[in-house]
Design a protein around this ligand. Structure first.
Ligand code: ZN
Length: 129
């Protein structure tokens, strides 16, 4: 989802910079540059957070754009595989990996030493915790 916020900030920055150059006002150009910096920082946060969430079967991060071939069972939402994964995570607590096609429920796993691991995990039907 952060990538869509970054894209919105990027488009707003381009519009603000364009309006600032058209109206020849320095404050609009500076606001546009600040929005551009915010878009860049938001995109970096997205890359760091999304790279940690991996599919438990194929270990590919489903929220990042990879050059791998998608599964035949993979479905899109508004033309985006990542948006479908993000929607599944937010609203159903589960997602289908677009790369291997494996459905995965989100669950909190306990670490062997008693810590709590809140990463993605638990393949449906595998019986593993
Ligand atoms: Zn997978």
């Amino acid at each position: 989802m952060l990538v869509f916020i970054a894209a919105g900030l990027f488009l707003a920055a381009l519009g603000e910079i364009g309006a600032g150059l058209f109206h020849d006002t320095r404050s609009e150009v500076l606001t546009g540059l600040c929005l551009l910096g915010g878009a860049f920082v938001t995109f970096l946060i997205h890359v760091v957070v999304a790279s940690r969430a991996r599919c438990p079967l194929c270990t590919i991060p489903p929220l990042l754009k990879k050059g791998c071939q998608k599964s035949r069972k993979a479905k899109r939402f508004f033309g985006s595989y990542r948006l479908r994964v993000a929607g599944g995570i937010l609203f159903r607590g589960a997602f289908q990996c677009p790369y291997c096609g494996e459905p995965t429920k989100l669950m909190v796993r306990e670490k062997p030493l008693g810590g709590i691991d809140s990463q993605l995990g638990g393949t449906e039907g595998s019986g593993l915790r």
